[in-house]
Design a protein around this ligand. Structure first.
Ligand code: 13P
Length: 253
């Protein structure tokens, strides 16, 4: 990996202020382990509090509205998230695509709003089990990404892609390193096609789906894997930083 591995925790709809002690513990551990770049995306309600508590780790959000402001009850704009201390936003997660019917077009509009507000974007993609069984995973993921990525000048500089096969999320099932490597290599090809050789090579591509301290080193040793997007195992400092440590200690590939 040319850049430091990037390990991002997605807390999803978990966490009250009682969890701030975990965020502090993660931050302290990250200060002792500078070989890895660590970030957390807590729920909206904790973004500002986590931002105030931590010194080393990045803090981000899990969604934003594509608009700047206005009559959108219950929504939160990218500008508001940046004001609360978020430096990035996770977009296009399968739980939002499925649970909130988010289309590629909507995801793309959100990504453009996030970049316009000065934030970075972690763009998620991934196929379901039926698509993989039919042999169509790669074509599906590349088409999903093409339609979801922001069409803004210099977008690559502030873009991270996260490949999260839906059937591996929260299930304990993992893709094999070979399958991960093949998908990430295909995604790298798309990055180079869209952004050019140099910029396309710099976009980090994370893997997500049941990443744990025990399997992190193997999964993240696959080709073109620049880190992990971690759900369940990011909720406790021990398991989350166990992943970061496993990756930091891995021999150079
Ligand atoms: P799990 O690590 O719980 O499988 O979740 C992965 C994920 O969806 C991260 O965004």
């Amino acid at each position: 990996m040319a850049q430091r591995p990037y390990i991002v925790g997605n807390w999803k709809m978990n966490g009250t202020r009682a969890m701030l002690s975990e965020a502090r513990a993660i931050d302290r551990a990250a200060q002792r382990n500078m070989k890895v770049e660590v970030a957390l995306a807590p729920p909206f309600t904790l973004i500002h509090a986590v931002h105030r508590e931590v010194e080393q780790i990045g803090v981000g959000a899990q969604d934003c509205h594509p608009g700047e402001d206005g009559a959108h009850t219950g929504d939160v704009s990218a500008t508001m998230l940046a004001d609360a201390g978020a430096k990035f936003v996770i977009l296009g997660h399968s739980e939002r695509r499925t649970g909130h019917n988010e289309s590629n077009e909507l995801v793309r509009a959100k990504a453009e709003a996030a970049l316009a507000a000065g934030m970075r974007v972690i763009m998620c993609c991934g196929e379901d089990a039926a698509t993989r069984e039919k042999g169509g995973a790669e074509a599906f993921v590349l088409a999903q990404l093409r339609a979801s990525l922001p069409q803004i000048e210099n977008a690559a500089e502030r873009l991270t892609v996260a490949y999260e096969p839906i059937w591996a999320i929260g299930t304990g099932n993992n893709a094999t390193p070979e399958d991960i490597g093949a998908m990430h290599t295909a995604i790298r090809g798309l990055m180079v096609e869209l952004f050019g050789l140099e910029e396309g090579a710099e976009v980090r591509i994370l893997y997500g789906g049941s990443v744990k301290p025990e399997n992190a080193r193997e999964l993240l040793s696959a080709a073109e894997v620049g880190g992990a997007l971690v759900g369940g195992a990011s909720l406790a400092a021990d398991s989350f930083m166990g992943i970061a440590l496993a990756v930091a200690d891995a021999p150079e590939g």
